[in-house]
Design a protein around this ligand. Structure first.
Ligand SMILES: [Zn+2]
Length: 247
């Protein structure tokens, strides 16, 4: 049902000559794995770019070598070590208010240096905070570290940096920790498409975590890319093409 109305929406947009930006972010990469090969293979098959949010502390030359010949891949800094510093009972945060802002900012700078050395110009100056959470005082420090955008989950909020967020999370984190039902995912996509059309701005960002994808998550990703990758209503820019222009 939701899938049929997803196709319907895209067809109607195309009839009106409208095109929306679609994109895929995938978090927590550090090293080459069969799951990463599967993700990259899927993106290559559908000619769809992917923004990989890499955990700098765990990332090294093997990942850089694996991705060196993958033109559809862009990289983002995903915190420093994806380590929780919030006390038990609080939502997990690495970039929260629990440590001095300078300490957190220094780690993020180190992350930028490290990933920049590994990935060069394919590192996009966007920060993807672990668990999609960042304290306001840390966000304020980001422009000074060289970041020009922030990418979390859900509605974009005003702040020191523009946000380019994901809206469709493939994984059911609080339940099965596997792929969410396709029906629900297509419903999320439809809601986001309607919001982008109504606002005449924004993009349709999908969020994956290749290391935990089960058959349902892989099937949905393959299905949505098969439907939307080559659809005339969909543009699939690389993430750097969506970045705000420098002043
Ligand atoms: Zn993460």
């Amino acid at each position: 049902m939701s899938e049929a109305s997803f196709i319907d929406r895209l067809d109607r947009l195309a009839d009106h000559g409208q095109r929306l930006d679609f994109w895929l972010r995938d978090d927590d990469v550090t090293e080459p794995t069969p799951a990463l090969d599967r993700l990259i293979g899927l993106c290559n098959r559908h000619h769809v770019p992917v923004l990989l949010a890499a955990i700098p502390a765990g990332t090294g030359a093997p990942l850089a070598q694996r991705l060196a010949q993958e033109p559809l891949v862009r990289m983002a800094v995903h915190g420093w070590a994806h380590q929780n510093h919030a006390p038990p009972g609080e939502k997990k945060q690495e970039l929260g208010p629990h440590r001095p802002t300078d300490t957190v900012a220094d780690q993020l700078s180190e992350g930028v240096r490290h990933l920049s050395a590994l990935f060069g110009p394919r590192l996009v100056p966007v920060l993807v905070p672990p668990w999609n959470r960042i304290a306001p005082q840390v966000a304020t420090a980001l422009p000074g570290i060289g970041f020009r955008a922030l990418s979390v989950f859900g509605p974009e909020k005003p702040g020191p940096l523009p946000q380019i967020n994901t809206y469709v999370d493939l994984i059911d984190w609080r339940g099965s920790r596997g792929g969410r039902p396709a029906e629900d995912l297509f419903a999320d996509l439809n809601r986001r498409i309607d919001a982008v059309v109504a606002a005449s701005s924004g993009s349709v960002g999908l969020l994956g975590h290749h290391l935990v994808h089960d058959a349902a998550a892989w099937d949905f990703l393959d299905r949505v890319l098969a439907l939307a990758a080559a659809h005339p209503a969909c543009r699939w820019p690389t993430f750097d093409q969506m970045m705000p222009a420098t002043a």
